[in-house]
Design a protein around this ligand. Structure first.
Ligand code: NAP
Length: 246
């Protein structure tokens, strides 16, 4: 499905990003595994991709730093080739109620989740425009669609990712480049491991399919959007949330 494609996945050493990187490789893509702090985990992801018979490199970059993103795209292009598929997955939380939210925590989440996605979108689009093809897929969240108490910064960033996705889709559609987002619900990763059992139980009652999502659930939607099967889909947000957002 993705043979001869080159993918760059941000934050691919662990969690949802790791599942996306492995799944894209499983469908035939060569993958650049971006990480910020988790070098050993990124290397493990790359080793598993190579074991699947695909090419893989790891590339360190803090997506909130534009110069890091520029260097990352150069390294990927030099070592693997220009990405056909960009997956903006890197993300963080700094939760607090609005009245207690510091400007620093607000900015940190915006810088990583929103601006980091913008920096990578821009660099990918520049290369894809020349080739008149490409796929840009960003991981938003159910929280970007519906809001969540305690996540005013995160919901702003994730709603912003949806706005950027729709705008960029309109800018790039005539050049054969599609731009879409996936909005996960509640997925079992380090990000959600901080919730206590009572909080997890409360969330479960809001999921019609009655179970927590897995990173693989998200990765399959991303792989579909990255494939030729999704060539007539752009500017869309696909919710993968067990019905939580219905
Ligand atoms: P996670 O397990 O906490 O992993 C976060 C990933 O983001 C790590 O690979 C981390 O890399 C990377 N990252 C963080 N800051 C970065 C930076 N400045 N530059 C580059 N990479 C950075 O989280 P996850 O649950 O897999 O989340 C992945 C994405 O899905 C995020 O965008 C998140 O908002 C979204 N999402 C998650 C859920 C959920 O329920 N888990 C729901 C909706 C949306 P290092 O470890 O190398 O620093």
């Amino acid at each position: 499905m993705l043979e001869n494609k080159i993918a760059l996945v941000t934050g691919a050493g662990r969690g949802i990003g790791r599942a996306i990187a492995l799944t894209l490789a499983g469908y035939g893509a060569d993958v650049a595994v971006n990480y910020c702090g988790s070098e050993a985990k990124a290397q493990e992801t790359a080793d598993e991709i190579q074991a699947l018979g695909r090419r893989a490199i790891i590339v360190k970059a803090d997506v909130s730093v534009p110069e890091d993103c520029e260097r990352m795209f150069k390294e990927v292009t030099d070592q693997l080739g220009a990405p056909d598929i960009l997956v903006n997955n890197a993300g963080i939380t700094r939760d607090n109620l609005a009245l207690r939210m510091s400007a620093e925590d607000f900015d940190r989440v915006i810088d990583t989740n929103l601006k980091g996605t913008f920096f990578c979108m821009k660099l990918a689009a520049k290369q894809m425009l020349r080739r008149r093809s490409g796929r840009i897929i960003s991981i938003s969240s159910i929280v970007g669609l519906h809001g969540n108490a305690g996540q005013i910064n995160y919901s702003a960033a994730k709603a912003g990712v949806i706005g950027m996705t729709k705008s960029l889709a309109k800018e790039l559609a005539s050049r054969g480049i599609t731009v879409n987002a996936v909005a996960p619900g509640y997925v079992d990763t380090d990000m959600t491991a901080v919730l206590n059992d009572a909080q997890k139980e409360a969330i479960l009652t809001q999921i019609p399919l009655g179970k927590i999502g897995s990173p693989q659930d998200i990765a399959e939607a991303v792989a579909f959007l990255a494939s030729d099967r999704a060539s007539y889909i752009t500017g869309q947000v696909i919710s993968v949330d067990g019905g939580m957002g219905i």
